[in-house]
Each structure stands twice: as C-alpha cells, then as structure tokens.
Design a protein around this ligand. Structure first.
Ligand code: SF4
Length: 334
C-alpha cells in the first residue's frame, strides 16, 4: 500500500469534484518553525477568487501583503516594511517579479530610490480551508492521533478529515478526536485512481478558526509545551497557507527516467504509473537504476506538461491577464 499513490489519486479525485484549489504537503503550524505538515488541502473560493486568478499564478509573499505598500501613491520600499531588511528586499523583488507590485519609474528616477506600489488591492479570495490527513493503513498509525489532536486544538482549518483505506472500527473512531471527519477510500491500486470512491464514515464538525487556538510546541515526559494562538495570528497563517496552496497546487511530483513508467490520466490527472510495479510510484524515492524493474528510457518531458494540465483542468491560470498585461507593457519598452 503506497501512501504516495493514495495521496495523488485522492488529489486527482478531489480536483475533479471540488471547486477551488487542491494542494498537498504544506506546513500547517502557526509556530515558526512548526512541525505540522498537512497532507492535502482544499481551499474553497471566496467572493474575489476570480480577481486572485487574474493577478498572478504564483504565491504572493506574505511580507508583501502585510507591508504598507498600497495601491495609491508609490512608496520607497524600505519605508513600507516592518520586518528584517533582507526579508523586505526579497518580498519586494518577488512581488515585482510576479506582478503584485509595480515600480514607479518617475518617482524612482527622481529620488534615485526604488518606489513601488501594489497593482491592485489584495483580493478576498478564499473561504473555507479543509485539511485531509492521509493514513491508508490504520494498522500503522504513526503520529496520527497527535497530529489530529493538534489540528483540532489549533483550529487553523475549517474542517479536518482523516482519509484511509482501512476498515474503520469503533475502536479507531474512539481514538480520533470527535471533530475529525473520517473517509474510507475505496480504490484499486492498479487502476491509478480510476473509479476511486469516497465513503463518508463520519462527517467533520466545523472547527473555529476565528477563536483562539492551542498549539502544542514540544512534548516532554509528562508534559507538553503549548502556546495560545490569537485569532489574528491564525488569520495570517491561513492567508499564508491559502497563498502557498494557490502557487503550489498538488502536481509537485516527477516522472522517472524509466521505460516502465507509463503515465496515465485514468484518474483525470496524469500520474506516474509504473507498469512493473502495477501502481503509481514516487520517482524521487522509489526509482533509479538500482530498481530491478528499471528500463533505461525517458519520460522526463511529461513533467513539463503538468503545469499546462493544471491550467486546463482547474481555475488556476498559468498565464493570467495581469501577467499578460505586464508582458505586453515590457514589449513596448523593450
Ligand atoms: S524505476 Fe522501478 S519503480 Fe520506477 S518506474 Fe522504473 S520499474 Fe517502476
């Protein structure tokens, strides 16, 4: 049973059935650094989702959104940030590159300093954020209970769900916090996601992202260090999470350089299916010349198409209007 294949096939299924953005493997802590990695996220669209799509295909740096660089009069970039200068500089450069900021050429030339402004107000683009923890085999739970307790007590998400292939017993349910929803996934590992079905064993109870949360920081024998997290800190962490999900998505896998890899889109998304293994494989950890089934060959160029596939199959747009306007502007001055 491969957790990797399970996760990709579930993402493909969710993408086909849910509005908004599906992403995987994103940090779900407020503490920095935090240890919680969320397996799958569904970010539901808010009222200004279309404005976000038009703005840029990339993650907008949080420091740029938080800065005092507004849409009106251009400001000297250094005066607009309340953070370490290096973080401010990186955020400014990144925001300029992706088109969230623009340079005011005249003000910059006059003062010999870089003056910037936001091209548009940051849109109110996301609504509920649902986190899904994948544990195909409940017989090997690892840190599952602790992870789900953290998600519930921190309540950064609107809903937390456990997805498994195991038969879910009453004993399993008793160990999982009551607020966590439970899905049993019915899939055929050899079918690369085709016909995957979700059986809802228990509906999730909505969490409370607008209220203070409790974040466990470190566990010691007999006690756990915790921190109370304010609703404001959670709101900022949710925005970071939504932005990372928007920029990253879930097609963050590669295809092995191996003739046994027969990419398949049976699930509606192109996945790295290995004919020798009879399942989807993780090229980073499972493939290479040492694998007994390895056949020298190349499927690497297929990875390039994943961005086009995301563009085609989801509301995310690789080359939005905002970017096109910037490029045609550059042409005029080029
Ligand atoms: S290297 Fe092995 S696991 Fe990877 S695609 Fe080839 S045969 Fe399959």
């Amino acid at each position: 049973m491969s957790e990797f294949a399970f996760e990709l096939e579930l993402c493909a299924r969710l993408e086909g059935r849910r509005e908004g953005i599906v992403a995987r493997q994103l940090g779900g802590s407020v503490a920095d650094p935090g240890g919680r990695i969320l397996d799958v996220l569904c970010v539901e669209p808010g009222s200004e989702f279309d404005d976000r799509v038009e703005l840029t295909s990339e993650t907008i740096p949080d420091a740029a959104i938080e800065s005092a660089v507004g849409t009106g009069r251009a400001r000297y970039w250094k005066d607009a940030f309340d953070c370490h200068p290096e973080r401010a500089r990186n955020a400014t450069e990144q925001a300029l590159e992706i088109g969230f900021f623009e340079r005011d050429r005249e003000a910059s030339a006059t003062s010999n300093r870089e003056y910037v402004r936001q091209v548009t107000r940051y849109p109110d683009w996301y609504d509920r954020i649902v986190g899904i923890e994948n544990k195909p085999d409940l017989g090997r739970p690892g840190d599952l209970e602790m992870q789900l307790r953290t998600d519930v007590s921190l309540a950064l998400l609107d809903e937390a769900i456990l997805a498994t292939e195991s038969y879910v017993t009453r004993a399993h349910l008793n160990r999982i916090p009551d607020a966590v929803g439970v899905w049993r996934i019915h899939r055929d590992e050899g079918a690369a996601g085709e016909g995957l079905e979700i059986e809802v064993v228990r509906e999730p109870t909505p969490l409370t992202p607008d209220e203070p949360g409790i974040e466990p920081l470190a566990a010691h024998p007999g006690r756990t260090e915790i921190e109370v997290v304010s609703p404001d800190a959670k709101a900022r962490a949710r925005r970071r999470l939504a932005e990372r999900a928007y920029g990253k998505g879930w097609r963050t896998y590669g295809f092995p350089n191996c003739g046994a890899c027969r990419p398949t889109d049976a699930s509606g998304a192109t996945l790295p299916y290995c004919a020798w293994n009879g399942r989807v494989v993780d090229a980073n950890t499972e493939c290479g010349p040492d694998c007994p089934g390895h056949e020298p060959g190349s499927a690497a160029e297929i990875a390039i198409d994943l961005e086009a596939e995301r563009d085609r199959r989801t509301p995310w747009t690789a080359d939005p209007d905002g970017k096109r306007r910037r490029q045609s502007g550059l042409d005029r001055f080029g």
